[in-house]
Design a protein around this ligand. Structure first.
Ligand code: ADP
Ligand code: MN
Length: 266
């Protein structure tokens, strides 16, 4: 068995505490004891072998790169680990997604932030599973433990994550045609997500879509709602507007929001 190696300084705990004090003070990436324990447990069970640095540090979650060695001699598999933060404040404005969500009627008590982050991670895991099984490109969910979610890394073999659509470098003679086809690709994804997964993303924008080689990937689905959620159509209109605005700014001749709405829901 491969020796489990943890590279992430924050996971090391006590040993590196002194050494990294300066870094620690300036970064907001400190992992608490509980999270370190979960990561160590996942390492011991072989779901991951090494945890690397942060790909993204956000208000509600950090995403770390990681590697797993499923076979003794096989190639490493790149993974991403999303660690939800147990911060009460950032979850306040999330209430509107949970209220009316029948899958999460129990256990969503306000005020218990540890339970809340667990719930969000669970929701993301289940939504990813549903989207992935529908054949929509998104990270394959691998493992979930409390507020820690392991998924496939959308990136290259070296562990470099694909850029967000916002940062995608699309240039060249055919860029206009590429943008147009990506717009159409996204409409198809939204429709399939609605019709097959019965989900509305509810935070869809150029920030939650990754891009590689003319392919779009959907991420960040913890707030996605069932389409029988009382506000799902409101969220869908928002998704249509945000993504439409983006593609219009990129020069695509977009359809009317109304036409897109009908296409997705019909
Ligand atoms: P949040 O926006 O709540 O912080 P996201 O799920 O959008 O969380 O992840 C934050 C960023 O991390 C994304 O914009 C993306 O750049 C990166 N990321 C998230 N999941 C993956 C993944 N599976 N593969 C590669 N990069 C990812
Ligand atoms: Mn996001």
């Amino acid at each position: 068995k491969h020796a489990a190696k943890i590279r992430l300084d924050d996971v090391k705990g006590e040993q590196s505490r002194e050494k990294d004090k300066a870094d620690r003070a300036t970064s907001e990436q400190v992992l608490d004891q509980r999270t370190r324990m979960i990561l160590l447990q996942m390492i011991n069970r072989g779901f991951v072998s090494e945890v690397h640095g942060a790909i993204s540090t956000g208000k509600e979650a950090n995403v770390y790169g990681a590697v797993a060695y499923p076979d003794l001699d096989g190639p490493p598999i790149q993974r991403a680990i999303k660690v939800y933060k147990t911060a009460i404040l950032s979850f306040k404005d999330r209430e509107r997604y949970i209220t009316g969500e029948h899958r999460f009627k129990s256990g969503a008590e306000k005020g218990n932030s540890r339970k809340m982050v667990k719930l969000w991670a669970e929701k993301e895991f289940r939504n990813l599973r549903r989207i992935h099984s529908a054949g929509i490109k998104c990270p394959e969910p691998i493992q979930l433990k409390l507020h820690v979610l392991v998924m496939e890394l959308l990136g290259d073999r070296k562990g470099y994550a694909y850029p967000r659509l916002r940062d995608a470098a699309i240039s060249g003679d055919d860029s206009e045609e590429v943008w147009r086809s990506l717009y159409i690709q996204l409409l198809g994804i939204m429709r399939r997500m609605y019709q097959v997964c019965r989900l509305v993303h509810a935070d869809l924008s150029e920030y939650n879509i990754l891009y590689n080689n003319r392919q779009l990937y959907i991420i960040d689905v913890s707030q996605s709602v069932e389409h029988d959620h009382p506000r799902s159509l409101e969220f869908l209109r928002m998704d249509i507007k945000n993504t439409g605005d983006f593609f219009r700014r990129e020069g695509v001749e977009i359809l009317s929001d109304r036409a897109v709405f009908d296409f997705i829901t019909a």
